[in-house]
Design a binder for this molecule. Structure first.
Ligand code: AMP
Length: 316
């Protein structure tokens, strides 16, 4: 962390990168880090580049920045395990690059990489970073809100296995900056009527394989019929997260150029299955790609077997 701080001190222009289809932890980490640097070093040029997210747009909405800014800059890439997943590939044009992440280190794409897989959120690493150098760094409410959103979203509101006492302590330290947890929960929880109707559709049409793998098939025509964004449609994977008989569930969502799988578990490890389909991620929350709908049955058979084997271990 000291090395990262020294690099921040060394560069006058710093660009913060995130991954494609950013989530709360990605946007939260980008804006949290931005605010730490900007508040401490107001004369430095600091930019956030990449895609934005409607869901957490209240934190801020990045846009792609100009080509002329990259040369001579320090790139800091947050919450992203593999280089090709970064939404702006121009980190390669920066003079030096740093990765700060909490996913398994599958790809070395930066000059310096700080990866802590025990952290439930990249934002938690950034709170630790701030706490470690508290005597020389400054912070503000906007940054605290952003990092708080990163932690609450990536821990599923403090309920996933990776949430620890340290997570709560670091999140609590953010409240001291005046973070309004009720306001943030409103932003994260309130849904549009269209979304709620889509949720109803998902609850009515999800399927379950023989041994208990639950899934939603989200085709383009459904997304268009309900008039929701791809991001909102993708978030409906949570609709089937509490089925007692189904410890593993997924959404197959058709984007204009690819079919993505959002795979979730509250029992067996699923990232190995995801890695068979150009994917990966956390043991209980992974993403992958389905090459075509023709491959759906093959995937369902593998997921079903995974659930069966898991249920057998419970019987022992
Ligand atoms: P998602 O369902 O997109 O929210 O993904 C869940 C987790 O899996 C995230 O933490 C991602 O970092 C990871 N992930 C998603 N897609 C991929 C992929 N194609 N390759 C590696 N990891 C992925």
């Amino acid at each position: 962390m000291e090395f990262i701080l020294n690099k921040i001190k060394e560069y006058n222009r710093i660009i913060i990168f995130g991954h494609e289809r950013p989530d709360g932890d990605c946007i939260g980490s980008q804006y949290g880090l931005y605010n730490i640097i900007k508040e401490t070093y107001p004369n430095k040029e600091v930019y956030i580049t990449g895609e934005s997210s409607e869901y957490v747009g209240f934190i801020g909405k990045p846009e792609l920045i100009d080509d002329s800014l990259f040369k001579g800059s320090l790139a800091i890439c947050v919450d992203c395990a593999n280089g090709e997943r970064l939404s702006d590939q121009r980190y390669k044009d920066c003079d030096y690059s740093i990765k700060i992440d909490h996913h398994i280190n599958v790809d070395s794409f930066c000059d310096y990489e700080y990866v802590d897989t025990t952290s439930p959120a990249c934002a938690q690493i950034l709170v630790e970073f701030y706490q470690k150098f508290k005597d020389e760094l400054k912070f503000n409410l906007a940054g605290a809100e952003a990092l708080y959103v990163g932690i609450v979203t990536d821990t599923g509101r403090f309920k996933y296995d990776s949430t620890t006492a340290k997570t709560h302590r670091l999140a609590a330290s953010l409240l001291e900056y005046g973070v309004n947890i009720g306001k943030i929960d409103n932003y994260l929880s309130v849904e549009t009527i269209d979304n709620l109707k889509l949720r109803g559709y998902c609850l009515n049409t999800f399927k379950v394989t023989e041994h208990g793998f639950a899934y939603i098939v989200m085709t383009r025509d459904i997304i268009e019929k309900f008039g929701v964004s791809d991001e909102d449609a993708a978030n409906q994977v949570t609709a089937i997260s509490t089925i007692q008989e189904c410890p593993v569930w997924a959404m197959f969502i058709e984007y204009p150029t690819q079919i993505r799988i959002r795979l979730r578990s509250r029992g067996p490890v699923v990232n190995l299955l995801a890695s068979e389909y150009e994917g990966g991620g956390h043991p209980k929350a992974s993403g992958a790609k389905l090459p075509s709908w023709d491959k759906l049955d093959e995937f369902l058979a593998k997921a079903d077997e995974l659930v069966l084997n898991y249920k057998k271990t419970l019987e022992i």
